[in-house]
Design a binder for this molecule. Structure first.
Ligand SMILES: Cc1cc2nc3c(=O)[nH]c(=O)nc-3n(C[C@H](O)[C@H](O)[C@H](O)COP(=O)(O)OP(=O)(O)OC[C@H]3O[C@@H](n4cnc5c(N)ncnc54)[C@H](O)[C@@H]3O)c2cc1C
Length: 410
């Protein structure tokens, strides 16, 4: 008998699940609340779609933190090379870039969506857009269909792929959490992750737009270091953003519930305090008559220099040789350890991913089937797994989608 599979949500996970189930012979209906599929995919990677990563399995799992082990089984069956081959088969060539990030060669996320929709059509998936699923229907703990704003759809299996709750304008409004909860699933509280951070220090506005490379950012909770990351960051009008800040943001968001959170930026992590001081002393000796900003010229981006001088309480009219020992020490301190007090993260709407979601304890990691309701498969960001940036989150959505699509036909 041909299995009737209903997929709820046409994002990365849902599209993959629907295509895969149809490829294996199921009669598949994909229900999407927006007017078109894959709206979030089309804005990923700044419109270029960082599809996956070239990192090996260990690094991949590590990128998801403690819950990463949940993905070992599905990655063993469908990993980055399988995804690359899949995209190649539907006409999307890929390219490996800096930091092991893999993108479509065309550099267009929209091409990815177009190719995936063509794939669904070729496999005979019935795509129904503009239709919101409100409820998963179950009888005797077994899925029998779904209720939507356009009526009931009956099926042998349902694949829940409604995504997280961030960037709601893409359709990911978190509907699936309530649907799963109604059926008895535990929802680990959802929080914004990969999200910019707001700081108390008003002077951050003067640095807005400035990106710093090769800096070390450390997170302190009540004075104790709890995390650090090395790489690139960005100042904004409200605070801090950029890759390493996004990476640290989940720890920050979770720490904010427990006390005072600060981020210390070491702008020159490769140079010790002693070496910096020796460098300043050398400059004072060799270029004492120059203006104070010359002292920092080779150390900092131009736009940062007046802000740092002001922060150190040094008069901008001073000559290099007029710098006092205390001012010198203050400068070293600022370069090695500028502390920002985090007031809050930006809201969920601005988070790249949602942390929390359906508990991994209630999903079979081999099949993606719910351990609570038979015939319900769960995939993508709605699950309580999330990773740092770099293509990991999409790979998780594609891999769990692939597994759900495969198993829903069995
Ligand atoms: C700005 C931005 C950039 C990103 N860049 C990257 C990147 O480069 N690389 C990477 O790996 N990850 C990236 N991500 C994360 C990645 O996009 C997500 O993790 C991934 O899209 C999750 O896939 P999903 O299928 O689970 O959910 P989604 O892609 O969010 O899809 C869920 C779908 O379900 C639909 N839906 C919701 N509720 C209902 C309902 N009740 N009925 C019917 N349909 C419903 C939604 O409309 C949506 O289409 C980025 C995220 C953002 C916001």
């Amino acid at each position: 008998m041909i299995k009737k599979v209903i997929v709820i949500g046409g994002g990365a996970a849902g599209i993959m699940a629907a295509g895969r189930a149809a490829e294996l012979g199921a009669d598949v209906t994909l229900l999407e609340k927006m007017k078109s599929l894959g709206i979030k995919i089309s804005i990923t990677g700044k419109g270029r779609c960082n599809l996956t990563s070239g990192e090996d399995m260990d690094k991949f799992i590590e990128a998801f933190g403690p819950n990463g082990k949940f993905l070992i089984n599905v990655f063993a069956k469908f990993f980055s090379h399988d995804l690359i081959n899949f995209f190649e088969s539907i006409g999307i060539k890929t390219i490996l870039e800096r930091g092991q990030r893999i993108f479509p060669l065309s550099g267009s996320a929209k091409d990815v969506v177009r190719a995936m929709v063509t794939y669904l059509n070729k496999e005979g998936v019935k795509i129904i857009t503009g239709t919101t699923v409100n409820k998963i229907l179950a009888q005797d703990n077994k899925v029998i269909g779904v209720d939507t704003d356009k009526g009931v759809f009956y099926g042998d299996a349902a694949i829940l792929a409604t995504g997280g709750a961030s960037y709601p304008e893409t359709g990911s409004t978190g509907d699936g959490y309530a649907m799963a909860k109604k059926l008895g699933h535990t929802i680990i509280p959802i929080r914004p992750a990969l999200v910019p951070l707001e700081v108390k220090e008003a002077y951050v506005k003067e640095l807005q737009g400035l990106a710093l490379n090769n800096v070390l950012a450390s997170v302190y909770l009540n004075g104790d270091k709890v995390a650090e990351a090395f790489g690139e960051m960005l100042f904004t009008h409200f605070g801090l953003s950029g890759p390493i800040i996004l990476t640290l943001s989940k720890t920050v968001v979770d720490s904010l519930a427990h006390g005072k959170v600060e981020i210390s930026i070491d702008i020159k992590p490769a140079v010790s305090r002693e070496k910096l001081d020796a460098r300043f002393l050398r400059e004072i000796k060799e270029h004492g008559n120059k203006n104070i900003d010359n002292l920092l010229k080779n150390l900092l981006p131009q736009s940062m220099i007046p802000v740092i001088i002001k922060l150190a309480g040094i008069s901008p009219d001073k000559k290099v040789h007029q710098l006092t020992a205390q001012e010198r020490a203050e400068l070293v301190s600022i370069l090695k350890d500028t502390k920002f007090t985090i007031t809050r993260s930006r809201p969920m709407q601005e988070a790249i991913v949602t942390a929390g979601g359906i508990s991994i304890k209630e999903i079979d990691p081999k099949t993606m089937e719910s351990k609570i309701v038979k015939g319900l498969y769960i995939c993508g960001e709605i699950i309580d797994v999330d990773a740092k940036t770099g293509g990991y989150n999409l790979q998780a959505a594609f891999s769990t989608g692939w597994a759900a699509g495969t198993m829903a036909t069995k």
